[in-house]
Design a protein around this ligand. Structure first.
Ligand code: Q5B
Ligand code: MG
Length: 291
């Protein structure tokens, strides 16, 4: 499983930000060719991003590029960036499975022999994209995740965007459920007020509660706070270990259900505990084995 707790956007026409992208500890960095780049800057940004992919060490961060929509400059973007080496492409404003299949064909044609397959993340940010979320998630084996973009989505709905997010609740749950049904990751919309730390923490906690596996970020100051929310706490790891211990003891005694602190422990509880321990091990938080 790839960790995508944070995916940090950097405008593809900003050499200073592109240069420093690897130092912030984001799980992924997104070199953006789409909405952070003005139309007259698109060609220059494409060249700059291609050069950055070839020359800058982004350390442990996954290298991701957000291309332009398929009906604009996607073809030129894919042709220029794929041979430079990257892990994944975010396809914005995806509205149908055919959009993904088209992107996959373009990527396959641009890959060089021996290159690891470039993954796709579908950014759902229109009413049609949300309505088609599950078929989009299943459209091609390259699709590794569904991301949600609330600004474009609420603009298209004509809804008022609020920090509480009642207007995006349904769309968020559709994205999470569709990704889970397809066995891929779901990544939540960015929190756009970079000075509102409490707001970011609350919004990220809600995203985690709903089942998202990570969150888009727009500023390096957001990285640690988002990680803190998505990382399992010491109490959660301890609980997960005790769950595994309890169920193993019950199974040894011939039972399929155990009791822990007065609460029932059965298969879904065990699955949740195993997910917590798996994430903790990936993050180096669970030294000392399962029990
Ligand atoms: C938000 C703000 C202007 C705040 O500026 P501020 O100046 O207040 O930032 P400060 O914190 O003061 O910066 C301190 C130091 O960090 C450096 N630094 C800042 N940000 C950095 C960064 N991202 N990467 C590396 N470095 C960074 C900076 O250069 C400075 O370096 P230095 O001068 O050396 O000290 C700035 O962060 C920024 O531009 N973010 C990227 C915005 C962007 O990419 N948007 C498009 C993608 S979202 C999108 O499209 C979503 C969606 O698709 C979804 C939907 O639909 O909902 C849509 O449609 O909306
Ligand atoms: Mg957008």
């Amino acid at each position: 499983m790839d960790l995508r707790r944070t995916m940090l956007f950097m405008p593809g026409n900003n050499p200073g930000m592109l240069q420093n992208g690897g130092v912030f500890g984001a799980d992924a960095i997104i070199l953006d060719l789409e909405d952070a780049v003005a139309p007259q800057e698109k060609d220059a940004a494409r060249l700059l991003v291609a050069e950055a992919l070839r020359t800058i060490d982004y350390r442990a961060s996954e290298k991701v590029v957000r291309i332009n929509p398929l009906d604009t400059f996607a073809r030129q973007d894919i042709k220029a960036i794929v041979p430079c080496g990257l892990d994944a492409i975010i396809v914005p404003k995806v509205e149908s499975p055919e959009d993904i299949r088209q992107a996959a064909r373009l990527v396959a044609a641009a890959e060089t022999p021996g290159q690891a397959p470039v993954k796709l993340i579908a950014l759902l940010e229109t009413p049609c994209g949300i309505a088609e979320a599950y078929p989009i998630a299943r459209a091609d084996k390259r699709v590794a995740g569904l991301a949600f973009g609330a600004e474009d989505y609420t603009a298209a709905l004509g809804a008022k965007r609020t920090k509480e997010g009642t207007e995006i609740f349904s769309a968020r749950t559709i994205v999470v459920n569709s990704a889970a049904a397809a066995g891929i990751q779901s990544i939540d919309t960015p929190f756009t007020d970079v000075n509102d730390r409490d707001g970011l923490l609350a919004d990220t906690a809600l995203a985690k509660q709903l089942g998202f596996k990570g969150k888009l970020a727009i500023n390096p100051r957001q990285i640690d706070d988002i990680h803190r929310v998505f990382d399992p706490t010491a109490q959660e790891i301890d609980w997960a270990r005790r769950v595994i211990k309890a169920i193993r003891k019950a199974e040894a005694e011939g039972a399929g259900v155990a009791s822990l602190d007065g609460k029932m422990v059965d298969a879904p509880i065990v699955a949740r505990a195993e997910r917590t321990l798996h994430l903790a091990r990936l993050l180096g938080l669970a030294e000392g084995g399962l029990l």
